[in-house]
Every structure is written in C-alpha cells, then in structure tokens.
Design a protein around this ligand. Structure first.
Ligand code: DGY
Length: 332
C-alpha cells in the first residue's frame, strides 16, 4: 500500500511493540507508548482524521465521540466485554465494533476459579497476616475458611466463561453446579457441564460459592444489591470477575462488614480503578486490579485478534470477530 493513501489509525493504549510494527505495514499509526488513559476530549482530539482505532475497556466510544470523529469506521476493542462502547450509536453510524471472544475463556475461568478458592480459603488474608508478623503460633481455628470441593457452585451468567467455570467445579471439584442465565442451556450441554438451571432467587439462596460472569448492561446494573445479598447464606462467598456495576459495591461492603455473607473476591469495581473506600477496610474481601485475562499468552492473543479485526475492517477483508457485522462492508 502506498504511504500517501494509507488510512490513519489510533492505538489508544500501549501494546506489544511488534503489534505496532504490524499495523505500520498497513496504516499511518498514532500510538500511545506512554500508556496514558486519555480523557474523552483528548481521545476525540487524537482520533481526528482516523479511520480506525484499537481500544481497551478504558476508552469510551459514545455518540458524542462518534459525532466529533466522522471519519471513524472501526473501533476494535481488546476485550470480550464491550460495555465501554455504545453499540447502537456505532451501528447507526456504520462503525464496526469488534471484541475478543474465545481466546480468553479458559484463562479467565482459571482466574475466576482461583479467586473463588482464594476467597473461600482466605488465602490473601492469610498472607497479609503472615507478612504483618502476626503468625506467632498455630491454632485450631486460625484462618479457617470454607471448603470448595463438594460445595454448591452457583454461576450467574452462563456464557463461554461461565461454562468453563462450571466444568472446573463439576469435574474437578465434585461440586453440584446451579446456574441462572437469560436463556437456559440445552439439556445435553447442561448434562455435559453437570449444571442445573434455577431461578435467580434459588441461585442466591442455594449457592455456597456464587460466581458472577454476566455481561454488564442497563439490565444487569446492580443485579447484586442489598436485597440479593440478603438472600445468600451467611457462610457464602461471592466472586465477581464480570464487570463493576453488576454489584452494588456499597451494599456489598455493608454485607461483608456485618458478616451477612462470609467473604467476597472482586476483580472488577464500580468506578474502577477507584475503589469504594469501605472495601479497602475489610479483611474478608480479596481485591484484584481487573486481571482476569492477564496471562502473557492470552493478552497476546487478545491484541492479535483486535488487530486482525482492524486490518480486515479497513482493507476490505472479513473481520474475524465483529460485534455488529450488519455494518459490513464499511463505507469507504
Ligand atoms: C474483557 O475481556 O472483557 C476483560 O474484562 C478485559 O477487559
């Protein structure tokens, strides 16, 4: 492709160096090697004249931005979730949105299971206790948590990652698995996963360890609030690897402080990277900085798919994982 005619793209966050080199084979690339999280006006300024962008969950693509960047034709998100993008606004303007499904399923399920186990067995709390020099003697009930094997695993949201967590629980840890989802899985898949469909209240009441794996949307906002937490067992744990905003963090902090549930493991937060201050004061919550898919191999695969989408979208190819394929082929 000749340099003069090459489209311009913005890579809105730092990425592996070879990825920029690959993109430079097709496009004029503006990168963000300093890895700043640009406020919206700065993102809009940087997007002027760009036909496409590589974004992460930190960048918000909304109607205001789209109207201010009329040349934009593709927004390729390095995440499976795309609640940072106003999909309807993009589709209405013929802007392709893509995400990175599948490549992170098993990695994120490993992480969700690990976080649930760390929460149940008080792993982080134990390490803080030891590092603080408080381990002076062994005692019979020191840091006693709850069993994972054989306990009832509850899953809210039974997409690819939820199913991968169900498999780990049922096949690896002999856990009875119950789940709730917008749509029920077919009977053969339920049998294969060892999972039983229940209503949401039954899920809340019956789970020993409840894991949230549903997408964020207006409907799932505060799907777990004070009323839902009140239905859970006092011995139960709650793990959120989905999105901040699905849990009402203030209500959760209150439930944890009053021991209305035993413990929580959180990888995502309302207003992240800011945390609700009450969560930081509590011993019975494991707090992690949104790292569910963070293995090097998986992050490379996620970046690779986002870039495959960007290249295909702007060169007349077939993007591998479009979210709104109805906008294809893109306007010139
Ligand atoms: C995802 O892929 O949605 C992860 O949460 C990373 O943002």
């Amino acid at each position: 492709m000749s340099t003069a005619r090459r489209p311009r793209v913005l890579v809105a966050r730092a990425v592996f160096a070879e990825v920029l080199a690959r993109l430079r084979g097709y496009f004029e690339v503006e990168a963000n090697e300093a890895d700043e999280v640009w406020p919206q006006p700065e993102l809009i300024r940087r997007l002027q004249g760009c036909a496409g962008c590589f974004i992460t969950g930190s960048e918000r693509i909304d109607a205001t931005l789209l109207d201010a960047c009329p040349e934009l034709r593709a927004a390729c998100n390095m995440a499976v979730g795309y609640n940072n993008v106003d999909l309807a606004a993009c589709t209405a303007r013929g802007v392709l949105v893509s995400n990175t499904p599948d490549v992170l399923t098993e990695t994120t399920a490993d992480f969700g299971f690990a976080l649930m186990m760390a929460t149940a067995r008080r792993i982080a709390e134990g390490e803080r206790f030891l590092r603080a020099g408080r381990w002076t003697k062994w005692s019979y009930d020191m840091l006693a948590g709850s069993d994972v094997h054989g306990a009832t695993l509850g899953i809210l949201g039974m997409g690819r990652i939820g199913q991968a967590i169900a498999r780990r629980g049922a096949l690896g840890f002999r856990m009875p698995v119950i789940y709730h989802n917008r749509s029920r899985l077919d009977a053969a898949l339920e049998r294969q996963l060892g999972a039983r469909y229940v209503g949401k209240d039954e899920l809340l009441r019956g789970s020993d360890h409840l894991v949230l794996v549903l997408p964020y949307s207006a409907e799932s906002h505060h799907a777990i609030g004070a009323a839902e937490l009140a239905l859970m067992k006092p011995s139960a744990t709650l793990t959120n690897i989905a999105r901040g905003g699905i849990v009402d963090d203030a209500a959760l902090a209150t439930a944890l402080r009053e021991r209305r549930i035993a413990a929580a493991g959180l990888d995502v937060f309302e207003n992240e990277p800011q945390l609700h201050p009450a969560l930081l004061e509590l011993p019975n919550v494991v707090l992690l900085p949104h790292i569910g898919s963070a293995t090097e191999a998986t992050r490379r695969r996620m970046v690779g798919i986002a870039v495959d989408n960007l290249i295909a979208a702007l060169t007349g190819g077939t993007p591998p994982t479009p979210v709104n394929p109805q906008v294809l082929p893109l306007r010139p």
